[in-house]
Design a protein around this ligand. Sequence first.
Ligand SMILES: Cc1ncc(COP(=O)(O)O)c(C=O)c1O
Length: 373
Amino acid sequence: MEYEEPKFFHVMQYAAAADGDVIDMVSGNPDWEPPAALREALREYADLPPADFQYPPSEGLRELREVIAERNGVDSDRVVVTNGTGEANYLAMARALDRNAGDEALLTDPVYPYYPGKTHLLGGEPTLVPTARDGGLDVDAMRAAASEDTALIVLNTPNNPTGAVYDLDAIREVVSIAEAVDALVVVDEVYDRFDLSGSFESALAIDSDRVIVTSGFSKSMAITGFRVGYGIFPEAHVDDAKTRHMLVNVAGARPSQYAVHNALVETPPEYYAKSRDLLADRVDAFTSALDAAGAEYSRPEGAFYVLARFDGFPGTMANVKRLVDEAGVAGMPGEAFGTARDEWIRFALVTPRATEAAERLADYFAGGAPDQR
Ligand SMILES: Cc1ncc(COP(=O)(O)O)c(C=O)c1O
């Protein structure tokens, strides 16, 4: 089997090697400060006794699991602390596909590319299901796609790349479709703190033993390098997830978990509100500059990304490289996210230079796409 490497690193490396000044709008790495309590905990950690430098419990530090459980209104036995949301997704998808309930994973189109990559890695077959034009869930399309072979449905809200925040009733309907075909539903909520619409509700509100919620602190605490996430599993599946986590990783990183625990307990809501507001301001500034560039774009309801479409300039890898070289802006090709947005390019707004980037795009596209002028 050949493993598929997601294209993010390829574009980032291309942009980094470019001659001129390039504004990086590829990665989802926040550029703002982590919570002060996280830095304090790290300083404290350096002076802890040697026992704190040894393996933590495989399923995560007990106190961290308890705070996560309390915040989410679930029993802490259901929480597995993972190496980022990425690992939580892997454990959840593996569990769904390992039950002899079929090989098919229904994924939304556009799709976060790690989901089809992981599906293949786990021996499953991804099927891309169209979403609504605004990126919202198309429940009828999901119903039409589901079959006895469907073992897994993966949803992500707020969504990367579309910025859609899914309606809880629509998720509830998808869960009943999953029940009918004996599938599990994984809901990746890693952008839960970046709901710009005020309408986000966690899928944990749905009373079902089919729902696995995954999330993490990479985005909410601006610490993608710390690798702390979690999965909240139904009772029937949590032990298998813990065992797989143990066999693959032994355990997660103790200093990261210690620091995240401290930050979770000590950080006031204003910290999260401030980063969300910063992002909302960037969305406003970036999209008005895109207006000036004559681009069509999606205004995100949540998460970090804007999808933009420039007439005569589809979102291919070749065009994205051209933008790096000729406009000094790096985005992600829409063709990396399934089939539904291959005309589009995704820009991550986690840079203080987002407005400058949109101005560069406006200059570049003044008078139309380069080949049409
Ligand atoms: C939808 C989605 N899920 C998961 C991840 C990975 O998150 P983590 O750093 O917590 O593994 C990302 C990162 O960009 C993401 O966009």
